[in-house]
Write a protein that binds this ligand. Sequence first.
Ligand code: S3P
Length: 176
Amino acid sequence: MIKKSIILIGYMGVGKSFIGKILSKELKFKFIDLDTYIESKEKKTINDLFKEKGEIFFRNIEKKYLNNLLSENSKYIISTGGGTPCYSNNLDLINNNNNVKSIYLKASISILTDRLFIDIHNRPLISHLNSKKELNNYISKHLFERSNFYNQADIIIDVDNKKIKEIIYQITEELT
Ligand code: S3P
């Protein structure tokens, strides 16, 4: 029996939303994707929010909506944005909340590069990069900076070369 709600953190492209949705069906927890929640509340896409209002505005509302969601009473799984735990005191909010467990979904730079290159135009932080090599360099540096935050999660799950079933099994094993 899993007693706590779950917050999924990790770099863009690691599969937080995909894994979160499947895990929520398995555990019968409510699933909330923080980016989708922000888009529905603000009635704008994340891309447009970055373009029209800038990253600082986005980080402020990201914090506000995370805070709202953390106070939900029912059991939930939240997939956060890649930057969520790295700004403001969001990570403390997550880790100091006794009702939640945080899980870092970890993937290698090469796998993240392959996945993100396909979807580069939909992601405001990397859409300006022109080649796979540039993307690889960007991710190497960025992930290095962010790992310090991600590694503070309660549980770390390596997702490289694993089938979704294995990932779900490993998460549920770690949580029980
Ligand atoms: C961001 C990741 C995105 C989204 C925004 C910023 C980041 O979410 O929140 O574009 O700073 O890494 P995903 O990780 O779901 O792509």
